[in-house]
Each structure stands twice: as C-alpha cells, then as structure tokens.
Write a protein that binds this ligand. Structure first.
Ligand code: DX5
Ligand code: ZN
Length: 219
C-alpha cells in the first residue's frame, strides 16, 4: 500500500501568521493541507471560509483537503472549488442529499469525499462508494481540535477498509481527530491510508513540525 499520507489541519495553526504556517508544514513534509471549515450551525464552532482558504492557496502546491462542517452545504461547493480546493469532503449528516452533493463536486472536476461522524455506521456508505474518491472517518465529534481519539472508531475504520477493498476502486481512507503517534499506529493497522492531525503536528512550534509529521508516518 502507498505510504500513509499526513494532512495537517490548519485549524491548529497560528492564524496570525497563517501563510507562514502553511509554508512551514509544506516544507515539513505535509502531503495534504487539511482545511477545517466550520459554520457554527452544523458544529458548535466557527472557523473560516473560502476567502481565507484562497488567501493561502498560492503559498503551497500541496493538495487542499477541504473538510466542510457546514449545513446546508450545496450553496458553498462552487465557492470552495473556485478558491482552490482539490478534494471537497461533505458530512453524510449535513442533509438528505449527500449523493447529489457528491455528484456536484465531481461535476466541478474535484475529488469528492464523504465524512462520517462517530455515531454514523459504515453501512451508510453503501450507495456512495461508486462515486467518492475519499472516505473520512471522524475519530472525534467534529467542531474542535485537541480532543481525545474515540477508540470505537477503529472497528469502523476496519469495516470501511473492507468495503473499499471490495469495490476495487482507489478510494482514500482518511481518519480525523485525536490522531497522535500512538493512535496513528492503530489507525494504520486498522486500514487507514491518510491521517489528519492538528495538535500532534503543530505542537512544539515550527521547529518541531517535521519531526511531528515523521512520528505520525512512522508510527
Ligand atoms: C475537528 C476537525 C479535525 C481537528 C483535528 O472537527 O475536523 O480536523 O481539527 O485536530 P486534532 O488533530 O487536534 O484532533
Ligand atoms: Zn477535519
């Protein structure tokens, strides 16, 4: 299998120097840049929108892995595509028309992802795996960085891995929330091939970013 991809979440970055932070994680070996968009409605927190994402688009050529924690979501898909998203991931729980949202993202020429909250079973993917390019399993309840990994999600990661392998399609299995070198190892063993990390990458400041990313990859 491909070496695991590491997607640092800029939610944990120093917003007072966001451009420098993106440049720093790029140089430190990030594979993707995870952009956590929160609307204060789908999740009890507000982060940033397409304009802020666009402002750092030119800082790096690494793919923007956009995690939309917003509902309703369809009205914003074009804006994030135009602002430079490479993969746009929508919550299964954001509304009744997840299939249509994913089709729309594909129509925009972007990779399409679906993300499951901890309470949502893997079975909900049954009619989406012929469309998505990525499945994101939340290992915390969405809304904040720095939370503890929810161990029950390891079983779901293994179940999703099996479902993906049965499709024969190259679908990325990404895990997000409370990922550190210890939980990273467990996620990789369960079948994850991409890991989001905020706290575990940004802790210790810019001089620690490369070692923090290596520790997650080599976990
Ligand atoms: C939470 C976000 C996660 C979070 C990860 O809603 O989707 O990406 O920022 O932060 P850590 O790695 O600190 O849990
Ligand atoms: Zn996220």
């Amino acid at each position: 299998a491909l070496p695991v991809r590491i997607a640092p979440s800029i939610l944990s970055a120093d917003f007072a120097k966001l451009g420098e932070e993106v440049r720093a994680i790029d140089a430190a070996g990030a594979d993707w840049i995870h952009i956590d968009v929160m609307d204060g409605h789908f999740v009890p927190n507000i982060s940033f929108g397409p304009a802020v994402m666009k402002s750092v688009r030119g800082v790096t050529t690494k793919p923007f892995d956009v995690h939309l924690m917003i509902s309703p979501v369809d009205a914003y898909l074009d804006a994030f595509a135009e602002a430079g998203a490479d993969c746009i991931t929508v919550h299964y729980e954001a509304g009744p028309h997840i299939h249509r949202s994913l089709q729309h993202i594909k129509g925009l020429g972007k990779r399409a992802g679906v993300v499951l909250c901890p309470g949502t079973p893997a079975k909900m993917l049954d009619y989406l795996l012929d469309t998505v390019d990525l499945v994101l399993v939340m290992s915390v309840n969405p809304g904040f960085g720095g939370q503890h990994f929810i161990p029950s999600q390891l079983k779901k990661i293994a179940a999703v891995r099996k479902m993906i392998d049965q499709t024969g399609r190259a679908i990325d299995l990404e895990v997000d929330g409370g990922v550190d070198p210890d939980t990273a190892r467990q996620c990789i063993d369960a079948g994850a091939d991409a890991l989001v990390a905020g706290t575990a990458v940004f802790r210790g400041g810019p001089d620690a970013y490369a070692d923090n990313i290596r520790a997650l990859r080599g976990a």
